[in-house]
Design a protein around this ligand. Structure first.
Ligand code: ZN
Length: 377
C-alpha cells in the first residue's frame, strides 16, 4: 500500500483499540531473526447474523470477524415458500440467535437462491421459492427492527466469494464456483472479484441449456444445466425417487461406491452433462479452478476422475493445463459464510467511522453478561 511503518502502526493501534484485530507473534522458532507481528481479525468482539435461505433447509448462524462460525442452526423450510411466512420465521430465528449470543451485532446477511438486484435485497425472481419481485431485504429489515444493515445476495455469488476468501479458492483469482442442490447456482470470480453483471444476475448458470433433448425445466426451457445435474435429476438418473432429497443422494453415492449398476450408470450420465456445462463455462471464462459446492460436491469421491477426464477432453484450449475440479472447502456453509461477508462489508469499509469505540469494546472492569456469553460460544 506504500504506507510507512509508523502509519501502519498507528492504524493498527486504532483497530486494536476498537477490539477489531489483535497482534500475534507467529511461531517462528525454527527461523532465524526477529519475528514480525501478524495482525489477525478478532472473532470474539463483533459478529454478524447470517442465513442461507434454502429450498428445503434454511441455515442461520452467528459469524465472527474473519469468518469464524460462532453458532449455527438449521430448520426445515417448504417450497414454494410464502414470502410473509418465510420472513416471519427467519426474523424469529435470527432474533432468537441474537438474544442467545448477546454481544455486539454489526450486520445481517442473507443468501437467497434467486436473482437479487442490489445489496438491499430486491429479489427479482426466485423460481425454486416461487417468488417474483419481492423486496425481501426491506421486509426482513422491518420485521427484525434491528439498528444494523441488512444485506442480501445471490447464493451462488456469495458462496463463490466465501470459497475465494476462505475456502478451496484461497489464493486463486480466477475460479468458477458451481453449487448444486435442488437448483444450480454459480459464482464467477475473475481477477479476484465476484462478477455481478449489469443487473447483478451474472452467473445464473442453472438455466444454461446443455441438452436440447433434455427434461422440461420449471423456467419454461428444456435441458437446462439444473434439470440435468440438479438434485432431483441425479436421483431420477440413478433410479431413485426425485423426492429422496439429500439423504437419497448420500445413499446413491454410497451405492455407486459399492458398484451398484443403476447408481453407477446414472452418475455416469450426470457426469456427461456436468462436464459439458462446466466445459462451456471454463472455455468462455478461462478460469483456473472449478469448485463444486452443495450436494454436487458429493459427486467427487464417486466420479471425480471421470469428470476431470471428461472436462479435460472438452476444454481443448486448456488441455495442456487441465483445470482442477475440487469440492468446496467450507462444505455446506459456503453461502452462509458468504452472506456473513456481505454483512461485514459496511464495517470493513469504515472500521473506525461506522462504530464508536464504546459500542465495540466494553470497559474491561465491567463486562456485560451478554458479551461474556457471546465470547463463550
Ligand atoms: Zn431452466
Amino acid at each position: 500500500m506504500g504506507l510507512n511503518r509508523s502509519t501502519i502502526k498507528a492504524l493498527v493501534e486504532e483497530l486494536v483499540d476498537r477490539g477489531l484485530v489483535s497482534e500475534i507473534i507467529p511461531d517462528t522458532a525454527a527461523r532465524a531473526g526477529r519475528p514480525s507481528h501478524v495482525v489477525v481479525p478478532r472473532s470474539d468482539t463483533v459478529h454478524v447474523l447470517a442465513a442461507e435461505l434454502g429450498v428445503d433447509t434454511t441455515t442461520v448462524a452467528a459469524v465472527g470477524l474473519g469468518g469464524a462460525v460462532l453458532a449455527r442452526r438449521q430448520y426445515m423450510s417448504t417450497s414454494p415458500s410464502p414470502v410473509d411466512q418465510t420472513v416471519d420465521r427467519l426474523a424469529a430465528e435470527l432474533a432468537d440467535l441474537q438474544s442467545e449470543m448477546g454481544g455486539r451485532l454489526v450486520g445481517v446477511g442473507v443468501a437467497v437462491p434467486g436473482l437479487v438486484q442490489g445489496s438491499d435485497g430486491w429479489v427479482e425472481l426466485a423460481p425454486n421459492l416461487g417468488w417474483r419481485e419481492v423486496p425481501f431485504g426491506k421486509l426482513l429489515a422491518r420485521r427484525l427492527g434491528l439498528d444494523v444493515p441488512v444485506k442480501v445476495g445471490n447464493d451462488g455469488h456469495v458462496g463463490g466469494l466465501a470459497e475465494h476468501l476462505r475456502g478451496s479458492g484461497q489464493g486463486t483469482d480466477n475460479l468458477l464456483y458451481v453449487s448444486g442442490d435442488v437448483g444450480v447456482g454459480g459464482g464467477i470470480i475473475l481477477d479476484g472479484r465476484i462478477q455481478l453483471g449489469a443487473c447483478g444476475y451474472a452467473g445464473e448458470i442453472g438455466h444454461m441449456m446443455v441438452n436440447p433433448n433434455g427434461r422440461p425445466c420449471r423456467c419454461g426451457g428444456r435441458g437446462c444445466f439444473e434439470t440435468e445435474v440438479g438434485e432431483e435429476s441425479v436421483l431420477v438418473a440413478c433410479g431413485r425417487s426425485p423426492d429422496a432429497g439429500r439423504a437419497g443422494l448420500r445413499e446413491v453415492f454410497a451405492a455407486a461406491a459399492l458398484g451398484e449398476p443403476a447408481a453407477v450408470a446414472g452418475l455416469h450420465d450426470v457426469v456427461i452433462w456436468l462436464a459439458r456445462g462446466l466445459a462451456s463455462l471454463v472455455n468462455v471464462l478461462d478460469t483456473e479452478l472449478v469448485i463444486l459446492g452443495g450436494t454436487l460436491a458429493g459427486l467427487l469421491p464417486a466420479v471425480g476422475p471421470g469428470l476431470a477426464a471428461e472436462l479435460a477432453s472438452l476444454t481443448t484450449l486448456t488441455s495442456r493445463h487441465p483445470v482442477p475440479i475440487v469440492a468446496s472447502g467450507l462444505g455446506e456453509d459456503s453461502a452462509m459464510v458468504g452472506a456473513a461477508e456481505l454483512a461485514f462489508e459496511p464495517l470493513i469499509a469504515h472500521p473506525l467511522g461506522a462504530f464508536e469505540p464504546s459500542r465495540l469494546v466494553p470497559p474491561p472492569s465491567a463486562p456485560t453478561s451478554a458479551s461474556a456469553a457471546g465470547v463463550a460460544v
